[in-house]
Design a protein around this ligand. Structure first.
Ligand SMILES: Cc1cc2nc3c(=O)[nH]c(=O)nc-3n(C[C@H](O)[C@H](O)[C@H](O)COP(=O)(O)O)c2cc1C
Length: 179
């Protein structure tokens, strides 16, 4: 089973990216988590160039379509999701890559309620299936926990493993529905 993880931060020291990398290491047997690295290469969304299918957009779409489920984590900027995350999502509206895709929305900051609500609204509008049991908030921001510390933290790693199991179960349930 393949999960694609998308961080809404371009920062090298991003807490959201560290959280997703930690989740890749905590994934249950049989589940691989790949971190999408092309967010900063996407052109700014413009409906006029949609038909030309820019290579970076095609690559994101291919990776999403090939994934059984998505893990999405975005920082909160000015009470919204980051511009780069919204840009990526806007590119995926027309191609319907999100339709019925099981999605876990991870929140690295209990303060970031607006970004989390906004992400929930956008991804729901795109007809993805948000898996509530896999969508968890963990206090990474301000904790000085890096990827290694998240993996080693007994409470946080348990929450993240439980989220990954819930996402895996949702994928299996979706497969059964389609049979
Ligand atoms: C331009 C900007 C706006 C921000 N706005 C908010 C905000 O509205 N609410 C909040 O809780 N944090 C806000 N923050 C703090 C970020 O969410 C925080 O820096 C977070 O660590 C960024 O995620 P990252 O570590 O994955 O890059 C803002 C940061 C920046 C740079």
């Amino acid at each position: 089973m393949k999960f694609l993880a998308i961080s809404g931060s371009l920062r090298a020291a991003s807490h959201n990216s560290a959280l997703l990398r930690a989740m890749a290491r905590l994934a249950p047997a049989g589940v691989s988590v790949t971190l999408y690295r092309g967010l900063g290469d996407l052109p700014l969304f413009n409906p006029d160039i949609e038909a030309s299918d820019p290579a970076a957009v095609a690559d994101l779409r291919t990776q999403i379509v090939a994934a059984d489920a998505l893990l999405i984590a975005s920082p909160e900027y000015a009470h919204g999701i980051t511009g780069v995350m919204k840009n990526a999502l806007d590119w995926m509206v027309g191609c319907e890559a999100f339709v019925l895709k099981p999605v876990a929305l991870l929140n690295a900051s209990p303060r970031a309620v607006h970004a989390h609500a906004s992400l929930t609204e956008i991804v729901t509008m795109m007809s993805a299936r948000i898996v509530d049991a896999a969508s968890v908030t963990v206090p990474i921001l301000g904790s000085h926990l890096g990827e290694d510390e998240i993996v080693r933290h007994p409470d946080i790693s348990a929450v993240l493993q439980s989220a990954l199991h819930a996402l895996r179960a949702a994928v299996l349930a979706t497969r059964l529905e389609r049979q």
